[in-house]
Design a protein around this ligand. Structure first.
Ligand code: KIV
Length: 305
């Protein structure tokens, strides 16, 4: 099999599929979704992994960061994505403070995202410092994806959303973090906003797949935020994203057109409306004009026709 062989569309994606993809150098495609219709579209497009990212807080819920996102938010959005997905593996993010306090609490929360949310795996941010927690969750039979580099839940510690591990010591530490996650049983690792060369070295050195975002082309796969790719993220496009469509412009134009049609009384037309049977309407008008309301209507309670 070569890198150009597409995934088998008839088979559900599992963590084994992703591990095989790395073995045959088939790039893994991952994208975010937060609701059922988007999940259905990206699943039909043939992505391998749908990430219910805690980026939902910024791109769909209007927060300035991912920090306010709760477990309840993630459960709500993961369930919606699960209802729209047939084939892709659903990975859901463990939000801020749902895995840091203790490994037991992390396991309980990961279990809820799987059992009640319908995810196939969870993702949590951090390297060595979360390795014991990752091991605990994996031992319970829940697949875990790691996430290192620019981990947005640590935005205050980083002093902003900046590329990480540009200096030698930080680059060496990042490799150790990835090795610790692999040893803890993580099935894949997201590498976010780190230098291309470093991501390529990590991808060669560890045996589990790396999924890059702002980490260059040397990773085993790529992940992007749906809204950034389709032009629904407003004017700002992160440096690592490429806009493949301008859906935001299309939606705005469609709604402007709708608003104009309503104001011009050009919408709705007969095609979008339901007419009453002329005989029924004539009868109705006669009764209405006479002021008698309590007629024994032989059609009472029936609909359609
Ligand atoms: O929440 C998210 O969308 C993510 C990706 C940026 C990897 O974690």
């Amino acid at each position: 099999m070569s890198a150009t062989v597409p995934p088998d569309p008839s088979r559900s994606v599992t963590i084994t599929t992703l591990q095989s993809a790395k073995a045959v150098h088939r790039p893994i495609v991952m994208i975010t979704a937060y609701d059922a219709p988007t999940a259905r579209l990206v699943d039909e497009a043939g992505v391998d992994v749908i990430l219910v990212g805690d980026s939902v807080g910024m791109v769909a819920l209007g927060y300035d960061s991912t920090l306010p996102v709760t477990l309840a938010d993630m459960l709500h959005h993961t369930r919606a994505v699960a209802r729209g997905t047939k084939r892709a593996l659903i990975v859901t993010d463990m939000p801020f403070m749902t895995f840091q306090i203790s490994a037991e609490e992390a396991l309980r929360n990961a279990g809820l995202l799987i059992a009640q949310g319908g995810a196939g795996a969870v993702k949590l941010e951090g390297g060595m410092r979360v390795a014991a927690t990752v091991a605990k969750i994996v031992e319970a039979g829940i697949p875990v994806m790691g996430h290192v580099g620019l981990t947005p839940q640590s935005v205050h510690q980083f002093g902003g959303y900046r590329v990480q591990a540009k200096q030698t010591s930080a680059a060496l530490k990042l490799i150790e973090d990835c090795q610790a996650l692999q040893a803890a049983g993580a099935f894949a690792i997201v590498l976010e906003c780190i230098p291309t060369e470093l991501a390529a070295v990590v991808s060669q050195e560890i045996s589990i797949p790396t999924i890059g975002i702002g980490a260059g082309g040397g990773c085993d796969g790529q992940v992007q935020v749906f809204h950034d790719l389709v032009g629904m993220g407003g004017d700002f496009t992160p440096r690592h994203a490429k806009r493949y469509a301008e859906i935001g412009d299309t939606i705005r134009a469609a709604v402007e057109h709708y608003a104009q049609d309503v104001r011009d009384r050009a919408f709705p037309k007969a095609a979008q409306s339901t007419a009453m049977d002329p005989q029924q309407f004539a009868e109705f008008e006669a009764h209405h004009a006479s002021g008698i309301c309590d007629i024994a209507d032989s059609d009472a309670g029936t609909e359609g026709g």
